[in-house]
Design a protein around this ligand. Structure first.
Ligand code: CTP
Length: 403
């Protein structure tokens, strides 16, 4: 399962660091490539020599090699890894991760890493339960990091409680499950729309909306990571989509989005319409810039095709269709009505009322309502974490469709 996987381990100062050499041995035995960064404090608990011998690679602590002056690039290490595990992570390092205090190579690498990050706290029970530690853990989860909860048991302090680093075998299981998940959607074609549409008024003006495309791109990334082939039809946005499983078709108007969706629809088993498609468009764009005159200007707008609704009318039985709803009033009722009238399997209700949710933010708060009437409201999370929740929900809907 871990053959050829690149795992970066960050070790911070905690007595439980003694478990990491055992973990490195297990990972290497499974065929993984392991690189290690340790903080200065971690070196007091476990030696770099032990770790470099077991991993077969140099162990990094400093930004520079003091002997030959070469630079250990935190960006390169972060880009190299398929997954970054920070274990054990002390209370101090949790605080640094939350606040972006990059005063050592480990935290700098964490801030630069694009791969999924798992963190396994280990500390004394009272430190673990302190509100600041708990709030730091919740913030890191909100940023899209994955918590490996400490075990309850006897601690180095002599006290008993939560705070023990998970055993190496359990950490190995978490990492194996991570890569297992990555293959879960191999062979599945997913069609996703994202971003706004721009409806042209004349050569210089358009009607648009505030959609940043972040949510749709996060979903595309989550499905690509799970092994699916993703067709992403994107309105004008400023988002990167660096994944070999994502193919982007760039469109501008609702009409172009409709056409692109039509072309890709047949092949898709899962269709997710996250785009904020304009409901109205000028009948035709003026060929020349409309000049300012003294009088009022009236624009006559015509309805666009409701792409989601038209897919709902013709979708095949095995296709899963997911829509989004952005409501300001009677949120739940309106979302449920959309689910029914557009013949959806799932609707994602976005809240605009919540601080930190909606257009342009990196976080979102959603309620998922499925065709069976199940309803689940999630806390405010990073858009990546919301995308993971949507993916999990779609997976369970697929299972009961095939059952
Ligand atoms: N949608 C679409 N085509 C349109 C308009 C919307 O495919 N022309 C899709 C969006 O991608 C989203 C869902 O429909 O998944 C909901 O869009 P929303 O604007 O909230 O709902 P409407 O059906 O347009 O209803 P209203 O604007 O009245 O709330």
């Amino acid at each position: 399962m871990l053959q050829g996987k690149k795992i970066l381990i960050g070790i911070t100062g905690s007595i439980s660091a003694y478990k990491i050499p055992l973990l490195v041995r297990l990972l290497v035995k499974e065929g993984a490539e392991v690189s290690i960064i340790m903080t200065q404090m971690a070196r007091e608990f476990v030696t770099p020599l032990t770790l470099s011998t077991l991993s077969g690679k140099p162990v990094y602590t400093d930004f520079f090699d003091k002997d030959d002056g070469s630079w250990h690039s935190h960006v390169d290490l972060g880009n190299w890894a398929d997954v970054f595990l920070i274990a054990p992570v002390s209370a101090t390092s949790l605080g640094k991760m939350v606040n972006g205090i990059a005063d050592n190579l480990l935290i700098a690498t964490y801030l630069a890493a694009k791969c999924p990050v798992y963190f396994a706290p280990a500390m004394d029970v009272d430190m673990f339960h302190h509100p600041s530690t708990q709030s730091n853990i919740q913030t890191l989860i909100k940023y899209g990091n994955h918590l490996i909860e400490p075990e309850v048991g006897e601690l180095a302090s002599g006290l008993t409680g939560a705070g023990r680093l998970q055993e190496p075998e359990n950490i190995l299981k978490v990492l194996s499950a991570h890569f297992e998940k990555k293959k879960a959607l191999k062979g599945i074609n997913v069609l996703i729309t994202a971003g706004p549409t721009y409806e042209s008024i004349d050569p210089v003006r358009f009607i648009g909306n505030h959609s940043s495309g972040k949510m749709g791109y996060a979903i595309a990334h989550a499905f690509a990571e799970a092994g699916a082939a993703v067709e992403l039809i994107s309105g004008p946005v400023n988002q990167p989509a660096n994944h070999s499983n994502i193919h982007i078709t760039a469109v501008v108007s609702a009409k172009e989005m409709e056409k692109a969706v039509d072309q890709k629809l047949d092949k898709a088993q899962i269709i997710i319409m996250a785009a904020a498609v304009a409901d109205y468009t000028p009948e035709k764009s003026a060929t020349k810039k409309i000049k300012k005159k003294g009088d009022d200007l009236t624009l006559k707008l015509f309805p666009t095709t409701d792409i989601l609704k038209s897919i709902g009318e013709k979708k095949r039985k095995e296709q899963i269709l997911v829509g989004f709803a952005l409501e300001t009033d009677d949120e739940l009722q309106n979302a449920k009505k959309k689910l029914r009238t557009k013949n959806l399997d799932l609707i994602v209700l976005n809240s605009l009322k919540e601080k930190g949710a909606g257009f342009g933010f990196d976080t979102n708060k959603v309620t998922l309502i499925d065709r069976n009437g199940n309803e689940e409201t999630f806390p405010l999370k990073s858009k990546n974490a919301v995308a993971a929740d949507i993916l999990d929900k779609i997976q369970s809907l697929r299972k009961d469709k095939n059952a």
